[in-house]
Structures are given as C-alpha cells and as structure tokens.
Design a protein around this ligand. Structure first.
Ligand code: CA
Ligand code: CA
Ligand code: CA
Length: 566
C-alpha cells in the first residue's frame, strides 16, 4: 500500500487494466426491487393489548389501586355524551385474548402483530398533572398504565397480561404457530409519570432492575430539582421531557446496559422486531449505539421508530445508518392518506408526492411502515368506502402496511384520545367485523399482498396518480423471482376506464382477484374498467423485456434509495 501511495504523489497512476476474466462472465440479470427486508412480507396488525380482547378475567385485578382517585380497573373518562365512552383504566385485554384471536388476524392477511408495551406499570391511577376529560389530549391525572408506556421494571411483565401457562414466550410461540411474527413496542425515552403528585405514589417515577432492586427514583420532584449526585436521581434528565414523565438520562452509563439487557431478554423470548416509541426524543448517537448493539447479537433485526412529524425531511434522519438506522412509521404519508380517503377528500396526486419513489430523504422508502391512524391520533374519519379505498392503496403501494385494531370495521372512526380511539373492541367487535364490507375487502387485498412478492418488495413505478385514479407497477426481479404487477385503483363513485399502453409488456397477464387472463400483444394496450371503490390487479410472471418499461425501471431503481445497502 505504501509504495502505491508514494507513487501517487509523484505521478498519476494509470488506470488498472480491465481484468480479462471479468469480461468472460455473462452480464448479471438486472435487479429490480424496492427492498430485500424479509419483514416487508408481513403486513402488521397493531393491538393495544388491554383494549383488544379480555381472554382471562383472573388477571384483571379489578380491586387494584384502592380508592376512587387511584383504583386501576375501569375508569370512564368524565364528560362523555350519552352513548359515547372513553376509559383510562384497565379494561382486561391480555395475552390470552390476543392468542385466542391469532387465527382471526392471520386469516385477514396479516403476517405480524405489533402489541403495546408489555412491561410492569404502576399499580395505581396517576394523581398528578392535569385531569383527563372527554375530548382532551395529553393529560394524565386519573389515567393508568393500561397502555404500557409507563414502565417501572423493563424486565418484568405487567401482571395484567399473562395467564397461568402463558407468559411472553408462550405468546410469541403461540402466535408463531399461527404464522404470525411478534413486533414488540419498546420505550427507552421515559418511565412513568414522576412528579406533581399531591403525595408520593408507589412505583411512579421509579425504575427497578432485573432483581427488583430500586435503581432510579424521581422522588416526586420536578426535573430541575433532581440531584445529579444522587444515583437514584441521576438516571433521569434534569431538563424534563414529555408531560410529567420521568425522562431517561441517556448520558448515565447505567442506562444503555439496563435497556439492552431488558430488550434482549424479550428478543430471547421471541420478539421478532421492535417498534421504538418516541425516537425523536432521544439523541441520534444514543440510538446508533442501541441499534448497533442489538444487531451485533441479532443481525438484521428489524426495528421501526415513531417520530410524530409530517415532515419527511425531519423523520428521515432516523433511517440513516449513521443514526438509528431503522425504519420509521410513515407519518408524512399518513397525513395525506387519511386526508384523501377520509372526509377531507382529495386526489391521488396528494399521495404521490409523499411516496418519495426517487431522490427521497429516506434510506429506503420501501421499508417504511404505512398507516392511516393509530392510538395517538384521531382514527380515520371515513365512510366504509373510504376505508376500503385506503386499504386497497396501502396493501398495493410501497411500504409495510400497519392496521390499528378495529379499523377492519371502521371501529370508533373519527375519534381521538379521550373520545374513544382506544376503546375496548372485544370478542363482540371481532364477531361483528367479519360481517362487514370493510373487513371483506381488507381480507381480499391483504391476502393478495401476502401471496404476491412484488406487492411486498417490488419497485414501484407510477403510471398515473390523479383524482380518483391511480395506476402503478410493482416489479420484482431478483434471483429466480421475476414478477410484474399492474395495480389500478378507483376511489371514486363511478366506474373508471383505464388504458395502459406505454411501458406495457407483452404477455399473458393474470387477474388474481378474479377476471379472465388478458393476452397483450407487443405494442398492445391493456384496457380495463374498474368498478367504484375497487381495485384491479394484473400479474405477469416474467422477466422484464419491454424496452420502455426497462428504461423507466432502470431510472427508478438507480434513484430509489438514499443509500444502497450491501
Ligand atoms: Ca384479563
Ligand atoms: Ca403493574
Ligand atoms: Ca428524552
């Protein structure tokens, strides 16, 4: 090496001669793909476990927490109008209820379940902060840790979740037996609410280690009154964070090992992927260390972060390998998806500009988690047709779809936190959902995605995205797989005629959703009428040979990802 460098100082070295053996090799087939991530095959069903199904009443702890101000079970949010409800107590949902309905989730076309955090929460309702009230947001007085985001021991299951013979390991094993992966929701940014209580409450603001030893205590003090010299205080930041939550001090050397140990324990018990809560509230170098260490033991472990922001240029930084290097929930797309398919309306062109199919800010837009609502925002306010249209889009376009429990029936549509968006779904909700049109159409398109690799991982090439109409290709050509899919979406109330001609490859196109195969001649046209609020999908299982299509795909492939992983 040294001699080469020295030679370079005096005179430019001649370019190396082309290697003869490389010339003799046949050129590799052009690859077209969006992502090679295995989890992209699995659409995700998100449950807030406490609100899904109560499968075991013996773990409800209905007497827990004592009196009116602090009991934990069934705490209706005050101020609800007649016939409406919201609740900030536990309602009984558990691992048993989830596992009892694993086949329901699998049969809908999903390949993974994301469940809310599983770790131990305080055993009382919170008495500090501002009171929760109907229609409000971001207030916590009267609220319990039913949602799981108020951890006090990250090594220990909350007592409301397991049943005799069914711990987390049993749950993940059971889900796997139904063909479902487990996405665990993890928090590192904060523990439980920690100050402003009239008098100190057990567990609030405290963190315990694997052996149950107290390692952090906020002592009901505001953040700026914490003593950094006291090890129990030093686990927390003195600047504070969200509401009254105890904000973890990422600079304390005990913090990273504590959380690595905890979350590796849950991987060891069967977690297949992580959803990372509040990723934007901790610094990039901390996340880089965390995800690097996780992947040292578990290469390729899939993670996606929650950065609640509609600006792609802000949230994309979490996808860069020099930072967390994870996928993120696609909030910028969500903003447009829920607007376009919801009551606000709008055309597909509003969605197209948030797909970032070329020259975008994300490491890889094909690995983003796509959705239209979740537990932290109002559920999508749409008609049944709007939900059908939204699902037809999410399950055919780029990204990994995430559906919030209940959306298969438009459950509590339009409601926000403290107006019902986290209400109890239950066995009754599940039984009723299966009789509805949203469910039937979701199942149809999700099952198609589940068996069509190009819809999971294929490169997307838009043909048309305007008004009620969308037409795009998904193309996967890699190794032995070669599949060209043409998707035609109509979200309007009248039939739409599509004529696709340019970039259309000759061959026999099959219609897996029903309808006859179509033989397209070289230079031919594919003409299709798509019914109102419906989708048509054509599949050609062949390598790309059409010159115009190939040229468009080459251009798209070259610009699809910010960094190409090796
Ligand atoms: Ca229960
Ligand atoms: Ca607890
Ligand atoms: Ca923080």
């Amino acid at each position: 090496m040294t001699s080469v460098l020295l030679a370079g100082c005096t005179a430019p070295a001649p370019p190396p001669a082309p290697k003869q053996e490389a010339k003799a090799l046949a050129p590799a087939a052009t690859e077209y793909y969006g992502t090679t991530e295995p989890l992209a095959a699995d659409a995700v069903y998100f449950v807030l476990t406490d609100r899904f199904v109560n499968g075991d009443k013996s773990n409800d702890f209905r007497k827990q927490g004592g009196g009116a101000a602090t009991h934990t079970f069934d705490r209706p949010t005050p101020g609800a109008p007649p016939g409406r409800s919201d609740n900030v107590g536990y309602l009984g949902g558990d691992f048993k209820g989830l596992l009892d309905n694993a086949q329901y989730i699998k049969d809908m076309g999903f390949g993974a379940v994301w469940l809310s955090p599983i770790v131990d929460q305080p055993d009382e309702a919170f008495t500090g902060g501002e009171p929760v009230k109907w229609g409000g947001m971001w207030t916590d007085r009267g609220k319990t840790g039913y949602h799981g985001y108020w951890g006090v021991n990250f090594y220990k299951l909350d007592e409301h979740l397991p049943s005799a013979g069914l711990d987390f390991r049993g749950l993940t094993k059971g889900l796997k037996a139904h063909g479902l992966k487990t996405v665990l929701d993890i928090v590192l940014n904060h523990g439980s609410p920690a100050f402003s209580m009239p008098k100190p409450q057990p567990k609030f603001g405290k963190i315990y280690d694997k052996d149950g030893k107290l390692i952090a205590d906020h002592m009901n003090l505001p953040p700026d009154k914490l003593d950094p010299k006291n090890p129990l205080n030093a686990f927390y930041n003195t600047k504070g964070g969200l509401a009254q939550l105890s904000d973890i001090n990422e600079n304390d050397p005990r913090v990273l090992p504590y959380f690595l140990g905890a979350y590796e324990q849950w991987i060891e018990q069967g977690a297949d992927a992580f959803r990372i809560d509040t990723i934007g509230w901790m610094p990039n170098p901390f996340w880089h260390q965390f995800t690097t260490r996780i992947r040292e033991k578990h290469p390729g472990f899939f993670m996606f972060g929650e950065a609640f922001d509609y600006d792609a240029n802000k949230i994309a930084e979490h996808t860069w390998p020099e930072n967390a290097g994870v996928s993120v929930l696609d909030f910028p797309l969500k903003e447009r998806v829920s607007a376009v398919f919801g009551k606000e309306g709008g055309g597909f062109e509003k969605i197209a500009e948030r797909l970032y199919l070329t020259d975008g800010p994300y490491t890889n837009p094909y690995e983003l988690m796509t959705f239209y609502d979740n537990h932290d925002m109002a559920r999508m306010d749409a008609t049944d047709d709007g939900f059908v249209d939204a699902n037809n889009f999410l399950f055919t376009a780029r990204g990994i779809p995430v559906i919030y429990y209940g959306s298969e029936s438009g459950f509590e549509r339009g409601t926000g936190e403290h107006s019902g968006n986290r209400n109890y779904f239950g066995q009754a909700g599940i039984d009723a959902a299966q009789k509805g049109r949203i469910y039937a159409q979701l199942k149809r398109i999700a099952m198609l995605r589940a068996k069509t690799p190009a819809l999971q991982r294929g490169l997307q090439l838009d043909v048309e995205m305007q008004g009620d109409r969308a037409a795009f290709y998904r193309v996967l050509q890699q190794g032995d797989v070669h599949q060209i899919v043409l998707v035609l979406l109509n979200k309007g109330g009248a039939p739409q005629v599509f004529e696709v001609k340019n970039t259309l490859q000759a061959g026999r196109w099959l219609q897996p959703l029903g309808g006859d195969a179509v033989d397209v001649a070289r230079g031919g046209t594919l003409k299709a009428t798509v019914a109102p609020h419906d989708v048509a999908v054509y599949v050609l299982d062949a390598p790309v040979t059409d010159v115009a299509l190939k040229s468009e795909l080459d251009r798209t492939m070259a610009r699809a990802r910010r960094h190409v992983a090796q």
